[in-house]
Design a protein around this ligand. Sequence first.
Ligand code: IFM
Length: 441
Amino acid sequence: MTDFPSLNRRGVLAAGAMIAAAPVAARAAAKRANPAFPQGFLWGVATAGHQVEGNNVASDTWFVENVQPSVFSEPSGDACNSLELWATDLDLVKSLGLTSYRFSVEWARIEPEKGLFSQAMLDHYKRIVEGCHARGLKPLVTFNHFTAPRWFSAQGGWTNPEAPQLFARYCDKVARAFADGISIAMTLNEPNILLILKTILPPPVWDMQRATLAAASKRLGVDKFVCANVAAPEDVDAIEHGLMAGHKAARAAIKAVRGDLPVGFTLSVIDDQAAGKNSMRDKVRADLYGAWLEVAKGDDFIGVQNYERAVWNDKGRLPAPDGGDRNWSGTEVWPGSLAGAVRYVHGATKVPVLVSEHGVGTEDDSLRARFIPAALEGLKQAMDDGVPVLGYIHWSLMDNFEWIFGFKPRFGLCSVDRTTFARTPKPSASVLGGIAKRNSL
Ligand code: IFM
């Protein structure tokens, strides 16, 4: 969720400063990477339950999409109807030549009321895991991708001291149902997203989020409705605290069921670069990632999710240089950012990295088709330099529900007809598929 409208003013100094920042990744890309990826490198695509399944009616996010006022530009509705079409999705992933599929399990479906667990829904997700195996795909499962049951958020969400234990209880149920079939477990998706949004979202958007949550609380007659990716700034620290304890409790719960299953979480990481003397870069990094990178040191791997770079001088973030590619919101698209983020995260944690998301929101698929190989060149160079990377998972399999922005941003390798739900691969899908099939750039 890092793709928000660019708030940068373009300045004449920017281009020079960006070049001066001369990230290692860009310089490294000048020497060619060895094109061959290691055997067993994971090639995949990611989706998230709420963004593709549709009708996630017991979730907190469904509720806040449909209150008035709402910060959401439109509700998720049927989304891509993947609750029904999940097998079609798996066929698509296979037909693209990929080897793994990252998807998320919806807590609100599995525990729609506090303490009421749905065996049918556990079976549903188990069938997806089995469906992956039937197609030779490795299932990479996210236990929580932002959304929670409505009852959970109505009792203060992650700010409630009970939250970590409730999350761990749900993770235990999921792990008992099908941990034996999954290849990699991710407890939380981008638990640092609100820290990043604090530096990006303008005050009116925070005001709208506050108004949305106030409307939700009022409608339910509760003190405080708190979601993981729609929040008031004053709640962010308490949410982070809860998420951190939640991750640790969930990891322990999953490991108790299957000790050899790799468990970690995914982090949203901008490739932050320093420009000039006394750059703020290191302070920004400490604030946005520092605590989570410490937590990751105790995990089996860390998921890195990168969409952009940011160049910081001593006063703030520099505007992107004029020219060059832009995404749907006007933010710079710079392929070297993936390697920069991966090098930084591995350097700080020393644990293996999974690129669990990377992509670009754009109507211009030729941009995506150029962006993927260019980013992978830098990634492979980092691997040649010794960074252990388990795989590359592109966001996303298909255009889907991009949270408060609705269906407008297009991140998919496939388009989706919003009426028939027919999926159609875009040319960029064969670019990634070709690399995956060759296991080589
Ligand atoms: O759609 C989101 C996803 O849910 C989390 N990571 C970023 C993606 C694009 O903004």
